[in-house]
Design a protein around this ligand. Sequence first.
Ligand code: HEC
Ligand code: HEC
Length: 420
Amino acid sequence: MQPTAQERLPTQASRRWALRSIAVIMLSLLLLSAGAAWWFWRTAASPGSAPATLDTPLDVLLGQNRRAQFEAKLAQRRYGSRTWNWQDYVQWGRELVHWAQVKNPPLGPAPSVPLAETYRCIHCHNLVREDVILTQQDPEAREQMLEDNPALAGKKTGVRLMTGTTFWGMVNRERFYNGYYARYHRLKVRDGGQFRPMNPESLADAVQVCCSYCSAGRFPEDWELDSILAYLWTLELRLRDLDLPPPTQLRLLEQLNSSHPDTVAAARQELRKHYLLASAAHAVEPPLRSDDAKDIYPPSVAELERLFPPRSDSSDPPTSKPASKPRPPASLHTNLIHTGDPKRGEWLYKSACAMCHGNEVHPKSGRALAISPGTFHRYVWKGTQRDGLYMPFFTRERLSPRQATDIRAYLRSLPANQTD
Ligand code: HEC
Ligand code: HEC
C-alpha cells in the first residue's frame, strides 16, 4: 500500500530534524574543540605565541621578543619614501657584511657607497658557530673542532680563527666590547645628528663602533644599520643550539610551556647559563721583549677618534683618558716554551692570517712575515699600524701563544723567496 502524502510528511520532517540535530552537535563539537585549542594555546604557550619547541628562538623563550619588536618597527620605517620587507633588509645586511656595499640600495647611489675602503666584516668575524662548547671560547678547542670536522672550515665563509667574535648568536648577547675592549665604551656613536658615548648594552651601538673604528670605515646610515641588525637576527640562537642533554631539553620545554610564572622564570634563568651573555676578550702580553716594533695597535681611544673622527658639528669633544694596561692571566706564560710545529702552523696560518695577507688588505704573506720573534709576537698580540691599514690583535680567546708559535715556525720553514 502506498503511503499517503499525510503519512509521508511526518517521516520526512523527523528525518530532517535528526539531520539538523546531528549538524548542530557536530558544529558545537567543532566550536568546543576550537575553544579548547585556543585555551590550551593561551595558557600553555606563555613564552610566546606557540608552545616552545627545540626550534624556538631563545629571544622568544626568554619572553623578550626583541626580534618581533624590531620587525614591527622596520615595517613602519620609510627609506626612499616607501616601506620595505624584512627580507629586503636581511638581503642588504648580508651584502654589507660580505662586501660593505649594497647592489640595489633603498636610497642613494647604486651600488651604495662602501662602509669601509678595505675591511669587510668577514675579515674579522665568523658568521657561523665557532665554539664546541658555547660557554668556552678556546682557540685550541676551535682548532681541534676544525681538525675533527674539516668541512666546517672548508666553505668560503667557514670557521676561521678570526680576531673578532662570531656573529652567530650575537643578537642574544647582552653586553658588547668586553674585557680589554671595555675601553671602547668611551667611543662615540651617532644618534640622530648628535654623537654620544656608546651604550655597552646596545648591539646597534656596537655595530656602529665596529663599522667606523674597527673596520677603519664610516658610521653606517640608518638603513645600513637597520639592515645589518636584520641580518644578525637571522643568526639568532635556538633552544636546540644549546646542546643540552635530551632529558634536560624535555624538562625545560615542559617548564617553559607551563602556566606557572615561577616555573617559567626558573627555566629562563637556567637557559641563560648555557650560552654566553657576553663574549670575552683578554689581551695577551707579548711573551718576548723587543725594541724594534714601533707603532702598536690598538691606539688609545683619543688616537682612534683622531684617526676616524666622527663627522658632526657636535661641540662635545671626544673623551681621551689614557687606557690602563691590562694584566694578562699568569697561566698564559706557562705554555710559551714551545718551539713550534710547522705542520700545524701551515693550517693555522691559512685559518688565522691568510684572509688578510697576500691580498688587497696587506700584500706581504708567507716567509716575509717571519720577522724576529719579538716583533712577530708583538704584532700578533698587540696588532700593528704603520702607515696604511692597521692589523687587529688577537686576544686569548682568538689565538693561543702555542698557535702563534706554530705559525711562525711554518713561516720560517718556507724558502726565502716563497710568499705563501
Ligand atoms: C679589522 C677587524 C674587524 C672588522 C673589519 C670588523 N670587526 Fe667587529 N670587531 C672586531 C674586534 C677585534 C672586536 C672586539 C671584540 C671581539 O669581537 O672579541 C669586534 C667587535 C664587534 C662587535 C661586538 C661584539 C661583542 O660581542 O662584543 C660587533 C657587533 C661587531 N664587531 C660588528 C662588526 C660589523 C657589523 C662589522 C662590519 C661592518 C665588523 N664588526 C667589522 C674586529 C673587526
Ligand atoms: C684582519 C686582517 C689581518 C689579519 C687577520 C692578520 N693581519 Fe697581519 N697585518 C695586517 C695589516 C693590514 C698589516 C699592515 C699593518 C701596518 O700598516 O703596519 C699587517 C702586518 C703584519 C706584519 C708586519 C708585516 C711587515 O710589514 O713587516 C706581520 C708580521 C703580520 N701582519 C703577521 C700576521 C700573522 C702572523 C697573522 C695571523 C696570526 C696576521 N698577521 C693576521 C692585517 C692582518
